[in-house]
Design a protein around this ligand. Structure first.
Ligand code: NAD
Length: 328
């Protein structure tokens, strides 16, 4: 099959080439969006990632160009208009679970770094500063951690928290019986947020979850609590979170995702002028740690993404069950 692969970096090419089951792949560094959709002329499928934009206008161009399949190299699908794709008869396949541990471990890395300030200690020691001033953290043991969304990643994260001796409360529209039996306490969103020392978001971005962390829900947080988001930027109203950081309501913020990330993440602007004043304000806080959507970025995860992507493509060609099709 002739496949246009968008938003690619050298590691995408390396792993997709290694696990290719015989398809003709053309790599584009550019993201797929309304400006680049015409590049799909002559291709039967497109392979995309988290910051490609496949709205109805893009889908119409894909359809007119003869694209019959969209394969996502990720789990989240909030960047694709699934209803419009269905109406045009273009199936959208995703990689539902490649390595939940990769993202869960990154969430824990954000917590540990923010808490124990190892990023600051690293720089201090390299400059000959061995002072401990302002490096004091807190024990995670016995702290209450709220896990919002206990699917694949949330569950892996709960298992890590257990090893740290944390008390775990959770909120999910579909509570997990196994986790509940293992001592995780499910409650309402409000209860869960209000009791926690650390809140970590692991639910998908949907209309119902957009800006679930906003001025109103931030009011419920314990003063000085930590918020971690490795899920999707749109779960948080960033302006409200900035206000909560300024007032001290939020004591720490760890982000691997950001609502406007598509213009920034995965690119090097170190010699440029960043026009996004919101992210620059966030970066200015001493208690904010931002990584650029790297939760998924482990060898194991990238390998599984490549394998499942070709499995999805081959299932479509062989007309077998499309187990990873995104349904509304
Ligand atoms: P999943 O589908 O296995 O689990 C999501 C869970 O959220 C489910 O249990 C679901 O019931 C729950 N949920 C749905 N609506 C909810 C709501 N309104 N409130 C609370 N919970 C709700 O997904 P997953 O594999 O665990 O991934 C979770 C999210 O992580 C993805 O949607 C994606 O956005 C994000 N993600 C980020 C990275 C990264 O690199 N940072 C990588 C992969 C996935």
């Amino acid at each position: 099959m002739k496949i246009a692969v968008f938003s690619t970096y050298h590691y995408d090419e390396e792993f997709l080439n290694r696990f290719n089951t015989g398809h003709e792949l053309t790599y584009f560094i550019l993201p797929l969006n309304e400006q680049t959709a015409q590049l799909t002329a002559g291709f039967e499928a497109v392979c995309i990632f988290v910051n490609d934009t496949v709205n109805e206008a893009v889908l119409r161009i894909l359809h007119a160009n003869g694209v019959k399949l969209i394969v996502l190299r990720c789990a989240g699908f909030n960047n694709v208009d699934i209803k419009a794709a269905d109406a045009l008869g273009i199936p959208v396949l995703r990689v539902p679970a490649y390595s939940p541990e990769a993202v869960a471990e990154h969430a824990m890395a954000l917590i540990l770094t923010l808490n124990r300030k190892t990023h600051k200690a690293y720089n201090r020691v390299r400059e000959g500063n061995f002072s401990l001033e302002r490096l004091m953290g807190f024990n995670l043991h016995n702290r209450k951690v709220a896990v919002i969304g206990t699917g694949n990643i949330g569950k892996a994260f709960c298992n890590i928290l257990k090893g740290f001796g944390c008390r775990i409360s959770a909120y999910d529209v579909y509570p997990d019986a196994e986790l509940a039996a293992s001592g995780v306490t499910y409650g309402s969103l409000e209860e869960t947020l209000s009791e926690a020392d650390v809140v970590s978001l692991h639910c998908p971005l949907l209309d119902s979850t957009r800006h679930m962390i906003n001025a109103k829900t931030l009011e419920l947080f314990k003063s000085g609590a930590m918020l971690i988001n490795t899920s999707r930027g749109g779960l948080i109203d960033t302006q409200d979170v900035i206000e909560a950081l300024k007032s001290g309501r939020l004591g720490y913020l760890g982000l691997d995702v950001y609502e406007q990330e598509s213009n920034l993440f995965f690119h090097d602007y170190s010699e440029g002028i960043i026009q996004d004043d919101i992210i620059m304000r966030l970066i200015s806080f001493p208690n904010v740690l931002i990584t650029s959507h790297q939760g998924f970025f482990t060898k194991e995860a990238i390998e599984q993404i490549a394998r499942t992507t070709f499995h999805n493509i081959d299932a479509f060609i062989n007309k077998t069950t499309l187990a990873n099709r995104v349904k509304l």
